[in-house]
Ligand binder design. Structure first.
Ligand code: G3H
Ligand code: ZN
Length: 277
């Protein structure tokens, strides 16, 4: 069934486990990720980024498909809007029935980010929608998650109090879209943030972190782990191999189906890793 994001992240945060969140580009991701969650009997968060909305040209077609698939799932599934850069897109997601949003005003100056995020959070909370946000001190989602960027714990506490958000994306050594899995998570900073910030911490750019690094990040106190690139690497490698091996293929189901199966396998493997296995 479709559930509230707080119903997945809340227990993970309280139990010092983590809520796994995987990004969707196309419907094959949706069915592949849900199949893995059903195999492992684990709740999962499906995420759609603002960039993926731009790719599809609108939120509603792919967003409605995600919501429909979540409602049919045998395990709890939340549907989340990721890195939304406009309050208008957030409103559309809330109207469509999304479980949660990440509002990313991190390119704005601190005070402007706080004001814009607080307003979005107020609207979302009136509709019962959970909100994640990010500090903007470094500027830009790539900048905030550049390997050298770090979230200051006192700034984080002030930002959460000033905005009323339900979760905070923190800069602790990861960066987006890494193809190698050798990012060093600043575990000491994660532990300090965990001790001082009252809401769940979210790790972005998690594809750049090794299996062991992900386990350590969860132990140190991260409560939601966002993974996008790792599944796309898997999907694309499988499709590429299939097309190379069988140049006569025309029906996309033949190669996308194989890609989808490989995404299910990798998602199930990552669910085990994030479960501490
Ligand atoms: O918001 C999505 C994540 O931060 C994904 O990052 O593509 O590096 O796994 P990634
Ligand atoms: Zn991200």
């Amino acid at each position: 069934p479709l559930v509230a994001t707080g119903d997945i992240v809340g227990p993970a945060h309280a139990g010092r486990g983590c809520a796994p969140a995987f990004n969707v580009v196309q419907i094959e991701h949706v069915t592949a990720i849900i199949a893995a969650a059903e195999q492992r009997k684990r709740p999962v968060i499906l995420q759609l980024s603002h960039n993926a909305v731009r790719y599809h040209g609108a939120l509603e077609p792919i967003g409605s498909a995600m919501l429909a698939a979540a409602r049919l799932a045998e395990v709890p599934v939340a549907v989340h809007l990721d890195h939304a850069e406009s309050a208008d897109l957030v409103r559309r997601a809330v109207d469509l029935g999304f479980s949660s949003v990440m509002f990313d005003a991190s390119t704005l100056e601190y005070e402007a980010n706080v004001a814009a995020t607080a307003e979005v959070a107020k609207h979302c909370h009136e509709a019962g929608v959970w909100v994640e946000a990010e500090l903007g001190e470094v500027g830009g989602k790539d900048g905030a998650h550049a390997p050298g960027a770090r979230t200051d714990p006192q700034d984080a506490v002030r930002f959460v109090a000033g905005t009323g958000v339900d979760a905070l994306a923190v800069a602790v050594g990861t960066s987006h879209a890494m193809l190698s899995r050798d990012a060093e998570v600043d575990l000491e900073l994660v532990a300090r943030l965990r001790a001082e910030v009252p809401v769940p911490l979210v790790l972005h750019g998690s594809s750049g972190v090794s299996d062991e690094g992900l386990r350590e990040a969860v132990l140190a106190g991260v409560s939601k782990i966002n993974i996008a690139t790792q599944l796309n690497k898997t999907l694309t490698a499988t499709v590429r191999a299939h097309l190379a091996e069988r140049p006569e293929l025309v029906d996309p189901r033949k190669y996308l189906g194989a890609g989808r199966t490989s995404v299910t396998e990798e998602t199930a493997r990552l669910l085990d890793v994030l479960d501490g296995r």
